[in-house]
Ligand binder design. Structure first.
Ligand SMILES: *Cc1c(COP(=O)(O)O)cnc(C)c1O
Ligand code: SF4
Length: 347
């Protein structure tokens, strides 16, 4: 028997605040000892880690544009546990629980301790779906968090996917390396062994989350030849400043983790206090362009509500010229330059 690795922390409601009690009734709340240790204070207005995990009364606010299924996964689920929105890749969601519950989670109506994992039969049906879909080139394990599964169950899933010739890439989306790094044991790493390309995309939103234990965990993946990418959510009060994102992206890149996506916050219920406008997000990205190594810059993405997929919503650097001749291109300092302008006699 392996000792239970997960270290759950108690989140008390010290002030007995009825609003916090109502939030905890409505949404899953869970943090780990590791996450608590990464907080400098428990003030959700001041500490960028506390703000991501500790319940706040603002979550009771619902705005009219918010949706229970903000990215429309339900419309694209052919069998339980599979979301097949794009032709060449599917999401495989073997579990609906996470090591922690992020207050801004876009799946907050789907994840939580009451939600069940796929049964053995349901998992087999999901794998069969992939087997019978030759266009599926990549399987993305997400959830919930796939790294809450035991090494044995991960190995079973990997064995099944390894046996499907048309699946060439297996990708894990996870918060565990940042939220509960001790879960990534040598057995878990060994379970990921594959002839296929295996990628791990870790979710981190602030450099303060990247503790020494997180760095040790990341090195284990790298030592096993598994490349890492990161995804971050753009969150008001956590990382809505260019300097804060710059620190995060530089820290990740220096750890050999390539920043992949910066997600515009989804319209999940009770998350309006985290949301920015697209214009604010574009302004932040505009300030980072050219000032931060291209290797360290992720794409800024919007998941279109209604299940229409993700698209980059980065600031635009090029537009048709006002006089209709060629383009005007802006450089990172804000200066404009003509491009493909017709040469006239005498030019
Ligand atoms: C985000 C997502 C993917 C992965 O998209 P990439 O752009 O390849 O990272 C795949 N399927 C679904 C349904 C998704 O929501
Ligand atoms: S780890 Fe991911 S899926 Fe789980 S609560 Fe956080 S954002 Fe949601």
């Amino acid at each position: 028997m392996q000792a239970k690795k997960r270290q759950k922390a108690d989140i008390s409601n010290p002030t007995n605040d009825p609003a916090i009690a109502a939030v905890m009734e409505r949404y899953a709340v869970s943090v780990t000892e590791h996450v608590l240790s990464a907080m400098e204070t428990h003030d959700t207005l001041a500490d960028p880690v506390a703000r991501q995990y500790l319940p706040a009364a603002d979550e009771l606010v619902n705005t009219p544009e918010e949706l229970d299924d903000p990215i429309g996964d339900d419309a694209h689920s052919p069998v339980k546990g599979i979301v097949h929105r794009y032709p060449d890749r599917v999401l495989l969601k073997p579990v609906h629980v996470c090591a922690v519950y992020c207050r801004f989670c876009f799946r907050r109506e789907k994840v939580g301790p009451g939600s069940e994992a796929l049964s053995a039969d349901e998992l087999a049906a999901a794998i069969d779906y992939i087997k019978n879909a030759p266009q599926v080139w990549e399987v993305i394990l997400t959830g919930g968090d796939p790294f809450v599964l035991s090494a044995r169950r991960l190995r079973d899933i990997m064995t099944a996917l390894n046996a499907i010739p048309h699946v060439q890439v297996i990708r894990f989306h996870t918060r565990v390396p940042v939220a509960d790094p001790v879960r990534i044991t040598d057995d878990v790493i060994a379970a990921l062994e594959s002839e296929k390309a295996v990628y791990v995309v870790l979710h981190a939103n602030h450099a303060q989350e990247l503790t020494d234990s997180v760095k040790t965990c990341v090195r284990k993946f790298i030592a096993a030849g598994i490349p890492l990418l990161s995804q971050s959510a753009l969150l008001r009060g956590v990382n809505d400043k260019p300097e804060v994102l710059e620190n995060l992206f530089r820290a990740l890149t220096a750890m050999k983790v390539k920043p992949y996506y910066l997600h515009h916050p989804d319209l999940a219920p009770g998350t309006s206090h985290f949301r920015l406008t697209i214009a604010e997000g574009q302004d932040i990205m505009r300030r980072l362009q050219g000032r931060v190594s291209g290797v360290a810059l992720p794409r800024y993405m919007l998941d279109i509500p209604g299940g229409h997929g993700k698209v980059p919503v980065e600031p635009r650097w090029i537009a048709p010229a006002q006089d209709g001749d060629g383009y005007t291109v802006r450089d990172y300092r804000g200066n404009s330059h003509p491009y493909e302008k017709t040469r006239k006699d005498g030019d």
